[in-house]
Design a protein around this ligand. Sequence first.
Ligand code: NFE
Ligand code: MG
Length: 505
Amino acid sequence: MSKSIAIDPVTRLEGHLAVQLAVENGRVASAKVCGEMFRGFETILRGRDPMDAQQIVQRICGVCPISHGTASILAQDQAYGVTPPPNGRLLRNLIQGANYLQSHIVHFYQLAALDFIDITAVLNYEGRDQALLELKAWVRHQLDSKSAFPAAPFLPRYEAAYIDDPALNIDGIKHYLQALQMRRKAHQAAALFCAKIPHATGLIPGGVTQVVDARQLAAYRSLLHELGSFIESAYIPDVLGVAKALPQYFGVGKGCGNFLAYGVFKEEDQGGRTTFPAGVIRQGVLEPFDVSEIAEHVRFSFFQEGAPLHPARGVTNPAPEKSGEAYSWLKAPRYRGQPMEVGPLARVLIAYRSGAVPELNRDVDQLLAACNIGVEALDSVLGRHAARALEARVVLRRCEAWLDRVELAQRSCADFKITENGTGAGLWEAPRGALGHWLEIEGYKVKNYQCVVPSTWNCSPRDQAGVAGPIEQALVGTPIADSANPIEAARVVRAFDPCLACAVH
Ligand code: NFE
Ligand code: MG
């Protein structure tokens, strides 16, 4: 018997996402992932001064503004023919690195952890931690007050089997509260070099505006140290704790099996080598990335019908009244015509296969041994959480190394001249995955600006050929024990860390 389930909206993610599931014999048989609004940044950018672009695109999202700003200045670097000096490259990495750390920590604790951790465990807490006691009193009070939304954002929730280890639950809740402070520290670290977060003013073509002094380097290092302690003592152990408590989630959420990364964090001033390499895993085979193979499809999207287009020639013509098959405001990006998963798992698998980050391979091998799984099991709910946590450790250590190389009182920006006519592509990796901005300038104005965003890849609807997007495919096969409390599906979706504000831009 088939049953329809709508999760609308899916909470604890950024933006407006709905999921429609058809469940047969207790498993998801098909899924639709719907982006429910249009924003129009690509339209807003037309006709503007290109130097406004890095400011405007940062308003796409408050979680990953640095990635949009950086993709925009990379596109402009290319259009203007400018290369940042060493300090410009290093500071861009340090700003982006701090933004990764806050994003990954917030995703695990504020957005995903309550899918696993039992928040009601705090009601039995008898220890002396003041923050936990205050939280306990607040949850108790909210429950007793019989409000329609008791103890939001914690309750109500899907009633299902949560972790029953009291120590792991209490640690998880304690770290949930600490994670909010960690986010502030990561934001402070990034703001040292880009003036403010969100929506940095210091990112410009040719580098960044900040000339650094010793005090700023010391302040960044101190914040990084605190973030490192949290990642080592809380984040990675908690992810492992969840993995050991619910190991069946290494077998849930297998995606489309294709992975794409553009590469991120520049390791050299000239040339394109990045810490996390660019690459593609298609049908199990690692291959080089070829930018000409990207196209966006619109058959199932609320955009005027047309053939799949490369983003350098992309168009954004919304069609809210489009009849027939359309069900999402996301376009469907495809690589060689196929859906691609992007994000920490894609970066980690591509790096692991290529051996480009030796310390990451050691960590991944340790994880596989500790959890008694093969590398193929990482294509799962738990694999996505683990990849994010291990990536955070790599980013943290690289930030320490980049910090050591910043030279005091050296320029952070190269001179440049805005071109009258030109094009540029900024390919980068946001915390959630491969991010591309394509810019065309005519008469000193933006003629066309196209963004293809990580969550657009992951949350995409069906394509021209009717093939489902990565999260849609990951949902298929998910067991649903209780259709009134489909937490298994929510766990699959949230493991991707979707941001619909970005996805629909
Ligand atoms: Ni709004 Fe973003 C990241 C980008 S997601 S969070 O990371 O780009 O598509
Ligand atoms: Mg777009």
